[in-house]
Design a protein around this ligand. Structure first.
Ligand code: 2BA
Length: 92
């Protein structure tokens, strides 16, 4: 199992969560702030079985778009994804 720590722009969150739920993925949504722009973004924690990784990566690619942020002309996203091995997963 992997934990995908997935940082996305707030505008893309509804479509991504809907796509994840449609495919029975579980996710936790955290409000976060980018260190560089100091603007709000969203971090999703998504626990994924290894066999379903490609599907979730495709859903992220499909729903998260790169954009210029405000007046800064800095390009942000689609998504920043950290993939971490999960040593143990329990639902108690
Ligand atoms: P921010 O830190 O607010 O960064 C927003 C965008 O600003 C980045 O988009 C990148 O295009 C640019 N940027 C960031 N740091 C920069 C720097 N030192 N010099 C020049 N340009 C810089 P993304 O790369 O798509 O990142 C979007 C958000 O993902 C980031 O928001 C941050 O919240 C997170 N992120 C990206 N890389 C990360 C990392 N290595 N570790 C932790 N969080 C990361």
């Amino acid at each position: 199992m992997k934990l995908l720590i997935t940082i996305v722009q707030d505008q893309d969150v509804p479509a991504l969560i809907e796509a994840l739920m449609e495919h029975d993925f579980r996710a936790t949504k955290l409000a976060s702030t980018g260190g560089f722009l100091r603007a709000g973004n969203t971090t999703l924690l998504i626990g994924v079985e290894d066999g379903r990784l490609e599907l979730v990566q495709n859903l992220i690619k499909k729903t998260c778009k790169g954009r210029q942020q405000g007046d800064s002309h800095v390009s942000v996203g689609g998504a920043t994804v950290f993939s971490v091995n999960v040593e143990r997963f329990e639902r108690i």
